[in-house]
Each structure stands twice: as structure tokens, then as C-alpha cells.
Design a protein. Structure first.
Length: 354
């Protein structure tokens, strides 16, 4: 496998990835990445993305981004930097290595600063949104120690006329309210807080190491008190687990009570890597739903259009009753996926899941 120099540098610069520290059963390694900005041409999305970490300690059962960890580990090995990280990660199942062997892009802020000095890159970043945290949470526990995300924000706070979005589950984002306020004054800023349930016990089963729903709601309220736009991503909605009418009502009421700017929701998607972790999780934790999940996702990575449309209608109605804007910004992508997907087997509809 050939390694791109922009990611790992020349052969002379390739070195073992140092172990930065351990916390309980999680080990943190320094990344030697030389680029942290992923452009639309690379991702296929209409924005630039920055992920300060590879891997995520929150361990959400439904996480779609587990593929990224194996991909990077393979690239590290191919770069002849095969060392303790490669061996260490290889001792765990890939889905678990994603949660327990975290790569830290310590120089991310400096790299972004260098990139912004390039006129072509600066102009490109002025045209499209920069999204921080598309694959792994930028405010996972490692950020308290390594402050990588804050370093990136310090650079972005110096700019004007940009569009910046942050996606996180963590109230740690409020630590950086000084920088967020500065970015909000000079550019467009939106923080997206991910929250799929306000049931604390259920959240602990689904997202075993993520902050509690109550902590996230407090973070939303605090950011809003500083005039920062905060959307809530109820993503993914898990069929048969978080889509019941009472659950949706409780979630929307709590989000509205925290004064969120809007809420967006979409149903679970299961690409191959996520499927390999999530379906065994369902077998173990919700065995009564296992056969229905197998039927629903038998030949495609998402639930059918009737379920998704019913889900949108449910959220829209509950949001309207609670005076909260319901965002439909993900509907076009869902519809495009449906048009490209192979025919699916008959699946449970909304009323059968709840």
C-alpha cells in the first residue's frame, strides 16, 4: 500500500508513534499526520472536515466511523512506522481498538495555521464550511489533557468570514466558550450537540462512556446564553429503541427547554463496519429486536422510506407543539441514498417498531 506523503511525510520522517499516556484501559498515541484538513474532493461532501483524534473513547454502539481507525492503522503500518501502536491495536478487535487506542493529532492547530497561509487553501476554506468532529468527537476525554481542539479553535478565532461547525456529545465544549464567542463574532458558527435520548439508563447502554443527557442539555443552555447557535442532532434514531412517541416527546421537550436553536433527526444507517458492531450488540442487549433489524437492514444500509418519512412526520409534529424548529437538512441526502439503494426486503414500518 502506498502512503500519501501529505499524511505521513517522507521516509526519513517516519518514526514510531510514541505512547502519550494511559487512562484506565485507554491508551493514547501521538499521530504523525501532516495534514488534518479533509476537503470536499476527498470526502465527497460539500465541506471541509477536521478530526483532532482518530478513534473515540465514548464507545457508542451505533458509531458509523469505526472504519476510519482501521484505515489509519493500516496506513501507519504501511509507512514503516509499525511499532507499539500497530501491535497494540492489532491485539484488539477492530471495533474495540477504535475505542481504546486513540491517535492524538497534537500539531493540528499548527497544521491548520500553515494551511491557511496558502492562498488557494485559504480561499477554499472561505467558500465552504469547516466541520470539526465528523468522524470522532473533538471533545472526548483526551481533549481535557491534550487540548488539540482548542488549538484548532485558536487559529480559527483569528480568521474572519469563515463558516465553522462543531459536532460533539460533550459538555467540555463549554470550556472553550471564550474562543467560540470570538469565532461567532467574526464568522458563522454552529455547534451541533448529539443527543438521541434523555433516558439516562438507556443512554448508558447505548453510549457507555459518553456524557449524560443532563450534562449535554446544560451545555446547550450555556452556549445559548452566550448567543451561540446550537442545533441538536438526534442521530441516529434507533428503530424500536429510541423512536417511541413518549421518548420523542421527552427528548424534544428537554431540548426545547434548553433553548436549542433547532433539532434534526434521521434514522440509523448501517454501513458494513458499523453493522459488524451494532447487530451483535442488538443480539446481546435487545434480542427481541434482532430479527426485525436483520430484515430491515438485510439489503441496504438504511431503513426504508416509509419508516423514515413517518419518523420525520413524528419529529416535526412534536417539535411544532413545543415551539422548536425541526430541521429537514438531511432529507435530500436520505432521498438520494434511497434512489441509489438496491431493492430491500419487506421491513417493519413505524407502528411495528414502537
Amino acid at each position: 500500500m502506498q502512503v500519501q506523503p501529505s499524511l505521513f511525510g517522507d521516509a526519513s520522517a517516519r518514526a514510531a508513534l510514541p505512547l502519550l499516556g494511559e487512562q484506565k484501559d485507554i491508551r493514547y498515541y501521538a499521530s504523525n499526520a501532516r495534514s488534518v484538513l479533509n476537503g470536499p474532493a476527498t470526502t465527497g461532501m460539500g465541506f471541509w472536515s477536521i478530526n483532532p483524534f482518530v478513534g473515540c473513547a465514548f464507545g457508542c454502539a451505533y458509531c458509523y466511523a469505526r472504519y476510519a481507525h482501521r484505515y489509519v492503522a493500516e496506513r501507519v503500518a504501511a509507512s514503516q512506522a509499525a511499532d507499539r501502536f500497530t501491535a497494540d491495536a492489532g491485539e484488539l478487535p477492530p471495533w474495540l481498538a477504535f475505542e481504546r487506542r486513540i491517535l492524538v493529532k497534537r500539531e493540528a492547530g499548527a497544521i491548520v495555521r500553515r494551511e491557511l497561509r496558502r492562498p488557494a487553501r485559504y480561499e477554499a476554506l472561505q467558500r465552504e464550511t469547516v466541520v470539526i468532529g465528523t468522524a470522532t468527537d473533538p471533545y472526548q476525554p483526551a481533549e481535557r489533557r491534550f487540548r488539540v481542539t482548542r488549538g484548532v479553535l485558536e487559529v480559527l478565532a483569528e480568521q474572519r468570514g469563515m463558516s465553522v461547525t462543531i459536532i460533539t456529545k460533550s459538555p467540555l465544549v463549554t470550556r472553550d466558550v471564550d474562543l467560540l464567542s470570538r469565532i461567532n463574532e467574526r464568522s458563522e458558527l454552529s455547534v451541533h450537540v448529539s443527543l438521541i435520548t434523555v433516558d439516562r439508563e438507556l443512554a448508558r447502554r447505548l453510549e457507555p462512556r459518553a456524557p449524560t443527557p443532563e450534562a449535554r442539555l446544560r451545555a446547550i443552555a450555556r452556549l445559548r446564553s452566550h448567543g451561540i447557535e446550537v442545533g441538536v442532532n438526534c442521530m441516529p434514531v434507533l428503530p424500536g429503541i429510541t423512536d417511541a412517541p413518549a421518548q420523542v416527546e421527552a427528548l424534544v421537550q428537554s431540548v426545547a427547554g434548553a433553548n436549542a436553536s433547532y433539532l434534526a433527526a434521521c434514522a440509523l444507517r448501517l454501513q458494513s463496519t458499523a453493522r459488524a458492531r451494532y447487530l451483535p450488540f442488538i443480539e446481546a442487549e435487545f434480542p427481541e429486536l434482532a430479527s426485525r433489524y436483520r430484515a430491515t437492514y438485510a439489503r441496504g444500509h438504511q431503513a426504508g422510506e416509509r419508516y423514515r418519512e413517518g419518523l420525520r412526520e413524528r419529529f416535526a409534529a412534536v417539535c411544532a407543539r413545543n415551539g422548536l424548529e425541526f430541521s429537514q437538512r438531511y432529507r435530500a441526502a436520505d432521498d438520494a441514498d434511497e434512489a441509489e439503494a438496491p431493492p430491500a426486503v419487506p421491513e417493519p414500518q413505524l407502528g411495528l417498531w414502537v
